[in-house]
Design a binder for this molecule. Structure first.
Ligand SMILES: [Zn+2]
Length: 294
């Protein structure tokens, strides 16, 4: 899931000047012509909103449902870019996965709100991956689209190639980390200077790792949700920086049901002998350069 204010922050930081190239792969077709017309419950709920106005298209790995092709075309270019680069980063071969992922692209905030109600989503949700389907909002008035799409495509890659055993902090933390990196890489590849950014955690709000890594659901209040995303992203960033290959082994071990300590030792040997040792080092890293908001 994607926190809405994170998207807003990126949108507000917008600088005019970029249009993404249209993919030659993107092909608009009638719904009956789609190679995969199986849409799950949430997808059905989405297609029920302004039902007569949805259009449909495909690219190599995705099926798109959208309202305007000039909005969906650039989504296709980005989605394919993220899917390939994130799977490659995690050393996963996508060639054997033949079924396509459905992406539902909303444009109007009021449509998204009615989808949130129909799907019983948290009101702060700004994008969603659910059982292999993606739901995003793309307001055509914003030049810079933010990293929501990369975030949700990361959830898709985790879901497909690591299964459902990845705990919430690691799933969201990695989606934030890879989504922001992918977004920066996508624009760098098109000649724009763009660097991934990461948010420091307020030391007063730091969530102890024993608690963070055991969370089964999102925290209850909005501030805590933000801290949860930032701290999870920082923890992933910290572990990747400790050893990139080790992080891959750690992720694999966690996905297969290992406890934190076991997975840490598989990924990083004796570097983090306990959660307490990891927390001591990590807390300094996570809260470094924290500046209170005005
Ligand atoms: Zn997410």
């Amino acid at each position: 899931m994607m926190f809405r204010s994170a998207i807003l922050a990126l949108v507000l930081a917008a600088i005019p000047g970029v249009e993404c190239a249209q993919s030659t792969e993107f092909r608009e077709v009638a719904f009956s012509q789609l190679s995969d017309r199986n849409v799950a419950g949430l997808g059905q709920a989405a297609l029920g909103i302004r039902a007569a106005e949805w259009k449909h298209a495909e690219s190599a790995h995705f099926v798109y449902h959208f309202f305007q092709s000039f909005v969906a075309g650039p989504v296709a270019v980005e989605a394919e870019f993220y899917y390939g680069s994130i799977a490659r980063d995690l050393a996963r071969d996508t060639a054997q996965w033949e079924r396509k992922c459905h992406i539902f692209i909303f444009e109007r905030p009021e449509d998204w709100q009615s989808f949130q109600k129909r799907g019983q989503l948290d009101p702060w949700t700004g994008g969603l991956h659910a059982q292999g389907e993606l739901f995003i909002v793309r307001n055509p008035q914003y030049k810079w689209k933010g990293h929501t799409l990369g975030h949700e495509v990361t959830h898709l890659v985790i879901h497909r190639f690591f299964g459902n055993g990845v705990p919430r902090w690691l799933n969201e933390g990695f989606a934030e980390y890879a989504g922001v990196r992918g977004y920066a890489a996508f624009h760098r590849a098109r000649g724009f200077s763009s660097r991934p950014t990461s948010r420091a955690v307020d030391p007063a709000r730091f969530i102890p790792l024993a608690q963070l890594t055991a969370l089964l659901d999102y925290p209850a209040d909005t501030e805590a949700v933000l801290t949860f995303y930032h701290e999870s992203e920082r923890l992933v960033r910290f572990l990747v920086a400790a050893e990139k290959r080790g992080f891959g082994l750690f992720l694999e071990a966690i996905a297969q049901g290992n406890r934190m300590e076991t997975a840490l030792s598989k990924g990083f040997g004796s570097r983090f002998p306990s959660l307490e040792v990891l927390e001591r080092e990590f807390k300094a890293y996570a809260t470094k350069d924290h500046a209170p908001a005005d």
